[in-house]
Write a protein that binds this ligand. Structure first.
Ligand SMILES: [Zn+2]
Length: 254
């Protein structure tokens, strides 16, 4: 089992260390994880880290962390730009997301390897990643794409509930509250966020496909794309993931 290191440090800019410790994997893996919301990518990421090492670099972490923003630490230059956009309720631009990743170039080049999750999300970001890795003297080993039928993803995501008062999350099948419709922690009402209603999920999935399909094609042409059916349970999906990673090119020098 490998450790995850400090997943937040890389958000704090070029000088922060991810402070990853513990054994160095025999070979550093350089992987990109792709797949729509609700496909179970986060769970697979954790399993990959535990088994293969690598720093988990998740742009989702960036945005969740930035939204809380309670550290009191000065954000990195790109983070400051991203925060300002989010405060205005705007999307963070491709260019800024690329800068956030570029600031972590040391992490991308480190001896543990990396697992990028949530990036690249557009063709422009994929091209930028190639340039960043080239500058760091690194190459991607694979882009792993998880897929599942839309109906299954809608079923999974539309089962989410959140407590109106304390915001604790539940799931009607996977993490049901003790009493239906009531929060275990505070007895508040459990509600379904508008984002988790089937129509909204369908819209998000279509938006995701529109921007991500060119990214899949980009990696397919380079022979880096690996597709994994994520409709089974997480353990079974990881068995397949492990096989895919083990079949990638054998050990290379650090
Ligand atoms: Zn509650």
């Amino acid at each position: 089992m490998y450790t995850t290191g400090n997943r937040i440090a890389w958000l704090q800019g070029p000088d922060a260390s991810c402070a990853k410790t513990g054994p160095v994997p025999p070979r550093p893996w350089h992987l990109v994880l792709l797949g729509p919301p609700g496909v179970g990518k986060g769970t697979q990421a954790e399993k990959i880290i535990a088994e293969f090492g690598a720093c988990h670099l998740s742009t989702g972490d960036v945005f969740r962390y930035a939204a809380r923003d309670t550290s009191g630490q000065a954000p990195s230059p790109a983070m400051a730009v991203a925060l300002a956009a989010m405060k205005r309720g705007e999307l963070v631009s491709d260019a800024t997301v690329v800068e956030l990743v570029r600031e972590r170039i040391q992490c991308l080049a480190c001896q543990y390897g990396f697992l990028l999750d949530g990036f690249p999300r557009t063709l422009e970001q994929a091209h930028a990643l190639d340039a960043i890795l080239g500058a760091a003297g690194r190459k991607l080993d694979a882009a792993i794409n998880y897929f599942a039928p839309e109906s299954l993803i809608i079923e999974r995501l539309s089962g989410r509930r959140v407590c109106r008062q304390c915001r604790t999350g539940y799931h009607v099948q996977n993490k049901p509250p003790r009493v239906s419709g009531r929060c275990d922690a505070c007895d508040g009402d459990l509600i379904q966020r508008d984002d988790d209603k089937p129509e909204a999920i369908r819209t998000r999935l279509h938006a995701y496909a529109t921007t991500c399909d060119p990214v899949l094609e980009f990696y397919r042409r380079q022979g880096l794309l690996r597709k994994i059916d994520a409709s089974g349970d997480p353990g079974a999906v990881f068995v397949h993931t492990r096989e895919v990673i083990q079949k990638l090119s054998p050990a290379v020098p650090h």
